[in-house]
Design a protein around this ligand. Structure first.
Ligand SMILES: Cc1cc2nc3c(=O)[nH]c(=O)nc-3n(C[C@H](O)[C@H](O)[C@H](O)COP(=O)(O)O)c2cc1C
Length: 339
């Protein structure tokens, strides 16, 4: 009986982690580690996968882990469980980001839709289709950020030139930054690896209205469409501490999965926010000094006859689950489907 319960908990944990690792992460670094300890799932940041030149403050690392945490929440919801999260449970260990316990609860239709969207979500860096995104869909996407003390502010058309300008300025500065370039070459232009950004998922760099991060050795054909019709959201929080960054990552995941579930194309863009003075400009000009920006999210329609994008690779769950997670440590728990 105990063995059955342990096996069930362990299987559920592995299923949930398999969904969590599908989360987006900066340069597909997948900077997370997971552990099952009794009834508690523990999430840790993997500092060995930080990008010191690109992300010295660990904002992108924490956002990535927050996105994985949200993916895990949705996988638990799909299994009929609701997650209760304690953030930063160990003050002595800043890499210990969250403890998650779960209890039986009927999932909301929104959570089920987001869980169903996990395998379909892609970072699509191509031009989006000409069909405008209906206002009701934009509202649904923006609403998805709210449970995480975050907001997804739709950037009005008159400020899109400013976004393009800060994007191009960031690209110019990064072109002249050897540390940034080293990390970009190490983590992109990949073929057949379990992490990093595959060459097959990145189009060549463009100018003009669309300022997107340049990745090494791009192999993806862009779409021969005129000016981009995408909408941009600025994902922001009232605070700018580590907790806000993890929660902003959860909100980013919720926004991306909601949009994917609605059949929209999406991509995160953080390059201009990696440079403090450009991030300040976005804070002043786009957010009127009311909130801190963590990511820009590009959302648009998928053109008719769109070529599907291949899924980017991930390390296997066994590689990100800490080895001291042993079935012998799992207490009897699963008979009530509590973990
Ligand atoms: C914090 C964060 C920052 C990111 N910044 C960018 C970016 O500036 N430009 C970009 O094209 N993609 C960005 N991405 C997307 C990642 O490159 C992408 O998630 C990763 O390569 C995995 O691919 P997938 O999203 O298709 O699964 C970012 C993702 C995260 C979580």
């Amino acid at each position: 009986m105990q063995q059955d319960g342990n096996t069930k908990v362990s299987a559920l944990f592995e299923t949930a982690v398999a969904a969590a690792v599908r989360a987006p992460s900066v340069h597909n670094t997948q900077p997370w580690r997971w552990r099952l300890d009794g009834e508690t799932i523990r999430l840790f940041a993997d500092r060995d996968r930080q990008l010191p030149a690109t992300d010295p403050s660990q904002r992108a690392l924490l956002l990535s882990c927050g996105a994985a945490l949200h993916h895990l929440r949705m996988a638990l919801a799909e299994a009929g469980l609701t997650a209760s999260v304690t953030y930063f449970p160990d003050l002595a260990d800043p890499d210990h980001l969250a403890d998650i316990t779960a209890t039986t609860a009927a999932p909301s239709p929104e959570d089920l839709d987001m869980a169903a969207a996990i395998p379909d979500r892609r970072s699509d860096r191509r031009r989006f289709g000409p069909r405008p995104v209906p206002a009701r869909q934009l509202r649904a996407v923006a609403r998805a950020a709210l449970p995480y003390s975050a907001a997804a502010r739709l950037v009005p058309p008159n400020l899109r030139d400013l976004l393009a300008e800060v994007g191009h300025l960031a690209a110019d500065r990064h072109r002249a930054d050897p540390g940034y370039q080293r990390e970009l070459s190490a983590w992109s232009g990949r073929h057949g690896t379990a992490d990093g950004v595959p060459a097959a998922n990145t189009p060549p760099v463009r100018g003009g209205d669309l300022a997107m991060r340049f990745f090494a050795e791009p192999e993806l054909a862009d779409r021969p469409l005129p000016d981009d019709t995408a909408e941009w959201f600025a994902l922001c929080t009232p605070a700018d501490d580590r907790l806000a960054r993890v929660k902003a990552g959860e909100a980013a995941s919720a926004v991306l999965l909601t949009a994917t579930g609605l059949g929209l194309a999406t991509c995160l863009q953080t390059e201009p926010l990696e440079l403090p003075e450009l991030r300040d400009e976005v804070r002043s000009e786009v957010l009127f000094d009311c909130a801190f920006a963590h990511a820009l999210v590009r959302v648009g329609s998928v053109p008719a006859e769109a070529e599907p994008l291949p899924a980017t690779p991930r390390r296997a769950p066994a590689e990100v689950i800490e080895s001291d997670t042993a079935i012998g440590h799992v207490r009897e728990a699963a008979s009530s489907v509590r973990i």
